[in-house]
Design a protein around this ligand. Structure first.
Ligand SMILES: Cc1ncc(COP(=O)(O)O)c(C=O)c1O
Length: 429
């Protein structure tokens, strides 16, 4: 009990009351942490301190030197959060968010070569569409419970006889919360000459992630994530990538900071991460990520996981007790982050979302969560039916309701959520 209170106290903004439609003031319940997260107080504090020293990165002058040093150190901090050091030959590249990071990797690594890429049907669009844009994409399918099968991964890599260049997989699904065994996937990918890129958007604030596996074959080649999903909502994200993979590649973005020399009709790019960070960096956004990591590390991600697992179990148990609720995915699966998706029989998903907000100020996400191929598979909706919906915008489009937890959520909030949901179900119609 005491621990929960401490977690809440670490955050800014979560106790600010909102006004409901009927004029009541309530402390809202945010179960939409899969979309974005509120700031940690330490993050705000760090930003407030650093803004006083704000200057441009990589230039001269006192403040500029401070920022340049802090910026360089932040990259070491980020590597250390994932269990590696600068000696381990990884580059840290700051981006805007996971979407930009995966676009950067897809654009840079594939470099108009139309390589073969293997991903899965459980991906967020951010880890699907950028690859479609640059290469020939193959997909590991999911079963009825939405799980991927590593034997199929191996089969597809084997059948491609070494022609698949990159495997790109999410570390945790934003629809079912399933956690994938990224080190085992790395081992299989490497056996067939492919490199593994991991979409870490839903995992980095909830589980320990190590870039290194038990053996070198299990090492992750690239990891991408967003600061705003780890309590640092100041507009920065991160790509970590093995240095060797960037060598000889043309940068994704071109402009200042990325070049060695520019001639009238010729350009020479830098050989390091600097080539991938054209333009002025978002210094404060980068500082925010490091500040969030410092807090998460001091709490211990195992403790974070224990807390969020308890919330997830309580929610799933409560939902299973409501007969009108249909849960998606495997309710018994324990290897998952705090993401739970469901529908309430006879009530449109968006209507449930609206009523939760209106009656008790509860925020959830509804619809397809930018993972349409996955959500449709879980709901058993065919491509044919989907084309029908596409043509008929007047119809209610299929989707789900998603509750996703952050560290500051509590068991009391889960109980209030369940009570409100039962109220909605019993009063609807
Ligand atoms: C698994 C996953 N990947 C990628 C993204 C995209 O993240 P961003 O919107 O920060 O670019 C999300 C966002 O919800 C996600 O859940």
């Amino acid at each position: 009990m005491a621990q929960k209170i401490i977690y809440r106290e670490l955050f800014n903004g979560i106790e600010v009351p909102i006004e409901l439609a009927d004029g009541r003031q309530v402390i809202p319940i945010n179960f939409d942490n899969g979309a974005t997260t509120p700031p940690l107080k330490e993050v705000d504090k760090f930003i407030a301190e650093n803004i006083l020293m704000y200057g441009s990165v990589g230039r001269g002058g006192h403040k500029s030197e401070y920022c340049t040093k802090a910026y360089e150190l932040s990259k070491e901090e980020i590597l250390s959060f994932f269990g590696v050091s600068q000696l381990d030959k990884y580059e840290v590249i700051y981006v805007k968010n996971t979407t930009e990071g995966i676009n950067l990797l897809a654009g840079t690594l594939c470099d108009r070569n139309n390589y073969k890429i293997l991903t899965s049907r459980m991906e967020h669009h951010a880890n699907d569409l950028p690859w479609r844009n640059v290469g020939d994409v193959f997909y590991i399918d999911v079963n009825k419970q939405g799980k991927i099968n590593l034997e199929q991964l191996e089969y597809m890599l084997e059948r491609a006889i070494g022609t698949i260049k990159y495997v790109s997989i999410t570390a945790a699904s934003n629809v079912t919360g399933y956690i994938t065994d990224i080190h085992q996937i790395a081992k299989i990918a490497h056996k067939y000459g492919a490199k593994l890129i991991v979409d870490g958007a839903q995992v980095v604030a909830h589980r320990v992630v190590c870039l290194k596996g038990q053996t070198e074959e299990e090492d992750i080649d690239g990891l991408v994530f967003s600061g705003h999903k780890m309590y640092a909502p100041f507009g920065s994200g991160v790509v970590i990538i093995k240095k060797e993979l960037l060598q000889g590649k043309k940068p994704f973005l071109q402009g200042g900071g990325s070049v060695k020399a520019v001639f009238d009709y010729d350009v020479y790019y830098k050989d390091s991460w600097e080539a991938e960070e054209a333009g002025s960096p978002n210094f404060l956004g980068c500082m925010a990520i490091v500040a969030a990591m410092t807090v998460l590390k001091s709490i211990g991600l195992d403790k974070v996981a224990d807390h969020e697992d308890a919330l997830r179990r309580r929610l799933i148990k409560g939902l299973r007790d409501i007969k009108q609720i249909k849960l998606y995915g495997d309710p018994k699966e324990e290897n998952r982050v705090g993401v739970v998706t469901f529908n309430a029989e006879g009530i449109y998903n968006k209507e449930v979302g609206r009523l939760l907000q209106e009656i008790r100020g509860i925020a959830v996400r509804t619809g397809c969560f930018c993972a349409q191929p996955y959500v449709m598979r879980l709901m058993g909706i065919s491509e044919e039916e989907r084309y029908y919906y596409l043509k008929h915008s007047e119809l209610q489009h299929p989707g789900m309701i998603r509750a996703s937890f952050g560290l500051y959520n509590t068991e009391e909030e889960v109980d209030e959520f369940l009570d409100t949901l039962e109220f909605i179900i019993s009063h609807y119609n």
